[in-house]
Unconditional design. Sequence first.
Length: 246
Amino acid sequence: SVHTRDEVELPPPAIDNRLTVHPLWPEIDRISTEQIQAAFEGVGGEIGWQLFAEEGDMRMYRREMEVDGMVMDPLKAMHKVRGVSAREMCHYFFNPRYRYEWETTLETMTIVEEISSDAMVFHQTFKRIWPASQRDALFWSHVRADRDTYAVTNHSTTNVDYPANTGACIRLFVTVCLACRSSYPAGERPTRENVTTSIAYCSTVNPGGWAPAGVLRAVYKREYPKFLKRFTSYVQEQCRGKPLAI
Ligand code: 16C
């Protein structure tokens, strides 16, 4: 191939027609739009958001929330990353080819359905958190460009071939959005050297069944910062020396 890298597989700038005729399309479109709109909304001053991790340009906030004794704390993280574009960020987050290289909570990942170039359904199992039962998740994942933003939205779904709570795993429910915006100095052409990408990562995980609140909060306080630092430096490494894809 003449392509030195996967330019052809970068997130498309417009929605793939195959997605818009799929039964999940109305839900995917609605939830993605909502998530992207909310992603960059401020946390400063808003009631309930507590800063729990800060390192360089990265800030992580959570809102303590329990439903029937189960922790469902929404998380929101802001970060700034140099030398990569919003589109590149989303490419590495969406494409399953890279997932094992940056996702440290994963035990297994299965592609359940390839809907289109910009949407897929995944089944994943996660490492067990002692003393809780192991968890799995089934979710659609959609990448899109929305004005000045590239974003990936992941949201739980169902599939008759992947029933919940039948084996060793308890099914958890997740809504995640990684929204990214590139910027570069006015009047200049964007390059690897002058581009900066602002990231908003939002996540709400419903554990789906009992898990001790203290353990769960301790785990996510450690794992979310670890994930965002690891993922962003992974993308920087992957992009080094390659032409910038805006
Ligand atoms: O967004 C992320 N990853 C995406 C691609 O995989 C996708 C995944 C979403 C699933 C997020 C739930 C992860 C639950 C993991 C439970 C096991 C963790 C064990 C690790 C310790 C060895 O959108 C990046 C996701 C970064 C996840 C950070 C960890 C969050 C823990 C939240 C608590 C889960 C409750 C589990 C109940 C036992």
